[in-house]
Design a binder for this molecule. Structure first.
Ligand SMILES: Nc1ncnc2c1ncn2[C@@H]1O[C@H](COP(=O)(O)OP(=O)(O)OP(=O)(O)O)[C@@H](O)[C@H]1O
Ligand SMILES: [Mg+2]
Length: 215
């Protein structure tokens, strides 16, 4: 599902992350651990094709992300990769339901209102479909971002600290939801976290050291 080799990524010519090799098969689940600033978000953005690495090759569903134009890569991501950003990136001018509808539209998928309602139901937010993100709590917005990442049934799910602002009950709910959706759809799942409530639910781990090397 995902294959990355010899990845180096630099900001202002300074390497921040090195990933010699990573392979994640369909249905596999992995947690990425590392201190703040070690490069977890950068790594997830590389795997999603939001950023292209300074060096190295990343393939998703055997397609090299670096070989795609930006427009093709955006559509490919919309279709096959569900990304939950650390800072959510919900569109404040659109309702919760329309944030999910836009994710389908950008992926070139037909409208599907019942799928949107079902997906919101799964994160416990069906009643909030007509609301604006600003009318929700931070924890509820985090679950909307998760629903948006899942609505197109991606084969690769990437979630950047998805439980960071949730209480124990909601953190457990989000972790279970991610793990169950990934299992049900045989999707590969990669989450970054500092949160032991989430990390402890994964057997496979990738750790980024203070030197930025991911092993
Ligand atoms: N757009 C950018 N331009 C320059 N440097 C950046 C940029 N984004 C991140 N960095 C730097 O790259 C390093 C890794 O950042 P990143 O956000 O990937 O870390 P992180 O592990 O996700 O941290 P956190 O746990 O706080 O979310 C940091 O030193 C950061 O300052
Ligand atoms: Mg981060």
């Amino acid at each position: 599902m995902l294959c990355a080799r010899d990845i180096v990524h630099c900001y202002a010519r300074e390497p921040v992350i090195r990933l010699p090799q990573l392979k994640v098969a369909a249905g596999e689940q992995l947690v990425v651990l590392g201190p703040s600033g070690s490069g977890k978000s950068t790594l997830l953005h590389l795997l999603a094709g939001v950023l292209l690495p300074t060096q190295g090759d990343i393939r998703v569903r055997e397609q090299p992300l670096g070989g795609m134009s930006e427009a093709v890569r955006d559509r490919f991501r919309g279709r096959h990769i569900g990304l939950v950003y650390q800072n959510l990136h919900l569109l404040g001018a659109l309702s919760v339901g329309d944030n999910l509808a836009l994710a389908r539209y950008l992926a070139g998928l037909p409208p599907d209102p019942s799928r949107i309602t079902d997906t919101l139901e799964r994160v416990g937010l069906a009643a909030y479909e007509p609301c604006l993100p600003a009318q929700l709590s931070r924890g509820q917005r985090q679950r909307v971002a998760l629903a948006r990442a899942l609505v197109n049934e991606p084969s690769l799910i990437l979630a950047d600290e998805p439980t960071s602002s949730l209480d124990d009950a909601n953190a457990a709910r989000v972790a279970t939801l991610l793990i169950e959706r990934a299992e049900a759809e045989s999707a590969a799942l990669i989450v970054t976290t500092h949160d032991h409530r989430l990390a402890d639910r994964f057997k496979r781990r990738l750790t980024i050291g203070t030197d930025g090397v991911a092993t």
